[in-house]
Design a binder for this molecule. Structure first.
Ligand SMILES: NC(=O)c1ccc[n+]([C@@H]2O[C@H](COP(=O)([O-])OP(=O)(O)OC[C@H]3O[C@@H](n4cnc5c(N)ncnc54)[C@H](OP(=O)(O)O)[C@@H]3O)[C@@H](O)[C@H]2O)c1
Length: 472
């Protein structure tokens, strides 16, 4: 029988092998160094990589709630070193300048550090540093969704191999408790579908476009002024940030190891105020959604602007808030909802992970949580094979026969139309009008082939707008 902190439980597991994308060991150090041997009740020493927005929040929470956290972890939590790029930058008051270093390598190899918290962001050097930390027997907490979407399975495999924990509650949904929910609470159920608002910047912009009738560039400028959007908003408004988070959630919900580059992603740049008006007329709101479901062995993962019923709960998640709807086969729908970004909300998730991992280390059961995550390769359903209802908007010359050609092309492809409206009064001459259609459920491939036929018929004055409709 082993006791908490018994050194025999904490001995390094030998025999690491290389894994795709994760360096097996650094050339300058031997593989599998000894893990620090803890004595019962000894503090868990933390190495923090990054002290920006999230790192600052983590230091604040660790300082504000030190006693409470020590009671939850079973041992005190002590920050031993903090790696940053610029030693002179202004930091939160809880950041002790004496702990700062630019030597990230020294932090992840420090034999006195038990747990590494990565809140630097980016793919490298974060990947190499986390891999090195695990090799040195350290537990790891990260909020880095980009890294996990690209290398999550390899990092998890490395954690299992080294018998350490890799925790990442902050990497999907910021402060919303969804990672732990999927990993633990849904262990007894089967997740059938996830429908989520995972990017606060997009949700803020769409809320303003819907409620104030402003254009995308105006709403984006407002979001930037309020600090809700980066100076370069590409990752957010083009949908990649939400896609990274969806890949992370799919690992836990479906046990899916997927290639994140293959997830179908559309952003919100092309949306126009008029689409919000038409959507409203048909009883829908426009939301940027990340959708995941299992279809037998394949997994459907997609991120795009979507029409959802105005009265649904998700349609009323406004501003920068995020929400994740999970449908379990036994449980049915459940929803978590809250602040998906920001220093303290994200720090709540990161520090909860620190407590969990610290408790596992102190109790001599490091790596147990991570070993429970089983992944298998899952092909993604091609977008052409998904089935949905569609909102289609055609800008056409107002001439006799045009409507018939649109409806005819869709009919030929086997797509039924549920509603059709023409915007505005017919004018004399060759004026442009908008024709908006809501289709019945159809294969996306069929819709696309109809749109190709319509494009060749030279009736369109600009490319058509296609938005998918999701029942939630
Ligand atoms: N911000 C959020 O609301 C949020 C929410 C959820 C998840 N996340 C994730 O959390 C992570 C951190 O985000 P953040 O917003 O806190 O970023 P941030 O404000 O830009 O902070 C990054 C920190 O990492 C340090 N850093 C970056 N590269 C480094 C390097 N090569 N060597 C040493 N230090 C380095 C920076 O040092 P300097 O300070 O010296 O420049 C800075 O302290 C990202 O993965 C992000 O996706 C963020």
């Amino acid at each position: 029988m082993t006791r908490p902190g018994d050194p025999s439980e904490l001995t390094q597991h030998p025999g690491a092998t290389g894994l795709a994308g994760v360096p097996s060991h650094h050339p300058s150090s031997p593989p599998g160094p000894e893990r620090r041997r803890l004595r019962g009740g000894a503090p868990i020493q933390i190495g923090l990589l990054g002290c920006g927005t999230v790192g600052g929040g983590v230091l604040r929470l660790l300082a504000d709630k030190a006693d409470h956290l020590a009671a939850r972890a079973g041992v005190p939590l002590v920050v031993r070193r903090i790696a940053v790029r610029d030693l002179d930058r202004q930091r939160v008051p809880e950041c002790d300048p004496a702990l700062l270093t630019t030597d990230t390598e020294a932090v992840v190899t420090d034999p006195d550090i038990d747990l590494i918290v990565e809140v630097m962001g980016g793919e490298e050097p974060a990947l190499d540093l986390l891999s090195r930390a695990m090799e040195h027997g350290k537990g790891v907490v990260t909020a880095n969704k980009l890294l996990l979407a690209a290398h999550g399975p390899a990092l998890l495999a490395r954690a299992v191999e080294r018998r350490v924990d890799l925790a990442f509650e902050g990497a999907a949904g910021g402060g919303i408790p969804i990672v732990r929910n999927l990993r633990e609470s849904f262990a007894s159920d089967r997740v059938e579908r996830i429908v989520a608002i995972l990017n606060g910047t997009c949700n803020y912009i769409l809320t303003r476009m819907r409620e104030a009738g402003v254009s995308f560039p105006t709403a984006l400028a407002e979001a930037q002024e309020l600090g809700y959007a980066e100076a370069d908003p590409t990752l957010d408004v083009d949908g990649h940030d939400a896609a990274h988070k969806l890949v992370v959630l799919a690992m836990l919900a479906f046990g899916a190891r997927v290639a994140d580059a293959e997830v179908s992603v559309e952003g919100i740049r092309d949306l126009e105020e008029i689409d919000f008006r038409h959507a409203d007329r048909f009883g829908y709101a426009v939301k940027h959604l990340a959708i995941g479901c299992e279809r037998g062995n394949v997994v459907e993962l997609r991120v795009h602007p979507t029409l959802i019923p105005k009265r649904s709960v998700l349609a009323n998640v406004s501003g920068v808030l995020n929400a994740v709807l999970v449908e379990g086969r036994a449980l049915g729908p459940s929803l978590v909802y809250g602040r998906g970004a920001g220093d303290l909300p994200t720090a709540v998730s990161v520090v909860a992970d620190i407590v969990d991992v610290a408790r596992s280390i102190a109790s001599g059961v490091a790596g147990m949580q991570t070993r429970g995550i089983a992944l298998t390769d899952r092909p993604l359903l091609p977008l052409a094979d998904i089935e949905s209802r569609y909102y289609l908007r055609f800008t056409v010359a107002d001439r006799p026969g045009v409507m018939g050609r649109l409806a005819g092309a869709l009919g030929e492809a086997g797509v039924s139309i549920e509603h059709i409206v023409q915007e505005g009064e017919p004018q004399p001459g060759d004026t442009a009008v908008d024709v908006v259609m809501i289709t019945r459920r159809a294969r996306e491939g069929a819709i696309r082939s109809a749109l190709d036929v319509i494009a060749r018929a030279s009736v369109l004055q600009r490319p058509p707008r296609l938005l998918r409709i999701e029942g939630v």
